[in-house]
Ligand binder design. Sequence first.
Ligand SMILES: [Zn+2]
Length: 99
Amino acid sequence: MDVTRCMASVSDGFWVSQCSRKAKRDGYCGQHHPDAQDARVAKRNARWAEEDKIAALRSRQHERKQQLMDALADAMLERDLLPSALVRAWERWKEVADA
Ligand SMILES: [Zn+2]
């Protein structure tokens, strides 16, 4: 092992070899230093958490929109505000969509 080089092992998916970069701190290059690795993991986890939050929010918004549309449709049906032809066409469309 070349002690002037970073002590991390790197793999190209087939061979494992010593990192070719120069050791800068504690025997590691800037990329492989444990602090840098930890920071990258923390950053990635933070991004995933953020993406999960956005996905959950989108899913709630989606559900909320569906509920609103359902409520609107129910209200219009109850008040006979929808032309019967439209209701019939909608029922037919649902049959086709569910099939
Ligand atoms: Zn390295």
